[in-house]
Design a protein around this ligand. Sequence first.
Ligand code: HPA
Length: 373
Amino acid sequence: MPMFISKRYVDEAPYRCGACKSLKWDYCGAYLGLFVSLFKFIICLRFTNRQSPLSISITMKPVNPHNNSTVSIENSREIDASECNEMDDASQFSYDLVQDIANYLLNSTAHRPKVGIICGSGFGRLAESIENAIKIPYKSIPHFPVSTVPGHLGQMIFGTLNNVPVMCMQGRFHYFEGYSLAKCCMPIRVMKLVGVTHLIVTNASGALNDRYNVGDIVILKDHINLMGFIGHNPLRGTNDPRFGPRFPCISKPYDDRMRMQAIDIMRELGIDSEVHEGVYTCLGGPNYETIAEVKLLKSFGIDCVGMSTVHEVITANHCGIKVFAFSIITNKCIAEYESEETVDHDSVIEAANNQQNFLAELVHRLVAQIDSN
Ligand code: HPA
């Protein structure tokens, strides 16, 4: 007896089956019902696109993330391509908005810098060495993001280095802080509209190249835009040709002349043995890399890894600013499972701090050379 037909129901059924005397009607009815359902099921699956009568249907309604209300499908509409641009990308910062920020800064100072500087973790002394300084906190600049990273002060400094007018970001913006790449790089477009023609980018990075030691300096000769491999690019979104072309060539992201000048300066300073030219990459962070990731990056031929710079350099190249970038090696990336070493932000800052005087001197001399070009 099928388990789902109760004994009581069978015993109490009033009719006997005419076809098979030993069974009551209910058995036959149940078998017949089952047979018909099975038949319907097979027909549905085989010949139509309709849902099987046995299948469960779950209706999922789209939810508006802003107020958690459900959105009726009947009221949805086709959207055009411009609406597909997330608010987070380059389209958010129009030329006019960037111009407004540049005008605000130009009205706040008499300095007219041609050289821009981005001070990464541990480059505070360089920022402090700027003379005739006008310091403008990011939070007072309209439409500007604010730095949230310990060690990044968050101000724009206008002043002079070796009598050359400069503008210096003391503290940059990182993807891991939650900013889009376009927002991280918007200040570089501001620099462009202020009149900057040359950019010096500094950062702290972990060594992948076994020949590099903590405290060494790496002059970037190229980079790999790993985040770009999955479509994260500061230029994503509507392109305004007043900044640069839709499809810029970035085959020489770092200016040869500035690189050569920097190498000469290192020689003058007598520290060229701790200086390398290398390939940098940026990962999104904020965590440092796993051992498997370190092995992968090494196998790509990358010399050092950080969490900045690449997108800034792309943005600068796009709008025709010449770039020099260097990295201070603050740690060796852990590449062996047996290693007991760890990496933390404090040790990264400490390692960068130890080289501050020298790095400031390098930038002073380089700025003077750029100005005399
Ligand atoms: N990985 C990523 N970013 C870094 C590192 C590192 O090892 N050191 C300093 N910044």
